[in-house]
Design a protein around this ligand. Structure first.
Ligand SMILES: C[S@@+](CC[C@H](N)C(=O)[O-])C[C@H]1O[C@@H](n2cnc3c(N)ncnc32)[C@H](O)[C@@H]1O
Length: 194
């Protein structure tokens, strides 16, 4: 569920890139806080989201847009979204959120602890933390900016995000529900060459 119709339109436009797109994802325009009510009949096998990282990027001026909210209001709304989504996840299934910590925009610019707040929201919704992976993001202009920033403030340049995987219920049954996975080397032939 996505608040902005133009984002849903873009997602639908990319459907052809999914191999195979069967069953095809169903996107719904709406406020994710309503997910439990709007999609009450859905029982999900998996939950995935890359949510707004608080106010890091502002997506619209819609007051329901989580990226317009101050951090305490954001957290309340965010926790509601997570509780609703975990509620619709079948028992014994996995959920994955991709998040990255964000600094306060004003004041000292300390980290908000958004990754920990995400974990806490899932724990409170009845899931458990199962995996964490670090997603390396493109350096871009970071090497040019990082030195000056470090000298002035001792703040490090950040070039990663956090991939958090949660399990609701029994992990063995969640694994069984995923079915077989091909982890043989022929999937990654370039790894053999190194
Ligand atoms: C990091 S972006 C992810 C974009 C998108 N899911 C994609 O396919 O890349 C976060 C998204 O959350 C959406 N959003 C913000 N508040 C929302 C809300 N209350 N309900 C649903 N979506 C919301 C924003 O419009 C934005 O597109």
């Amino acid at each position: 569920m996505e608040l902005r119709p133009e984002q849903v339109e873009a997602n639908r436009g990319q459907l052809g890139l999914l191999q195979p797109a069967d069953p095809a994802p169903a996107w719904h325009v709406g406020d994710s806080r309503q997910i439990g009510r709007r999609l009450a009949d859905v029982e999900a096998d998996f939950v995935f989201s890359c949510p707004p990282y608080a106010d890091l990027e502002r997506y619209s001026d819609d007051p329901a847009d989580l990226s317009t909210m101050d951090y305490p209001a954001f957290l309340t709304a965010y926790r509601e979204v997570i509780a609703g989504a975990v509620g619709q996840l079948k028992p014994d299934r996995f959920a994955c959120f991709v998040v990255g910590d964000v600094r306060e925009k004003r004041g000292t610019g300390v980290y908000r602890n958004f990754v920990a707040d995400t974990i806490e929201a899932f724990l409170d919704a009845g899931a458990q933390l199962y995996n964490e992976a670090i997603l390396l993001t493109a350096y871009g202009s970071l090497p040019i900016r990082a030195g000056k920033q470090f000298a002035a403030s001792r703040k490090l340049g950040k070039t990663h995000q956090n991939v958090l995987v949660f399990v609701k219920g029994d992990w063995k049954r969640a694994v069984a529900a995923c079915g077989d996975v091909n982890v043989s080397d022929d999937l990654f032939p370039e790894a053999d060459e190194e």
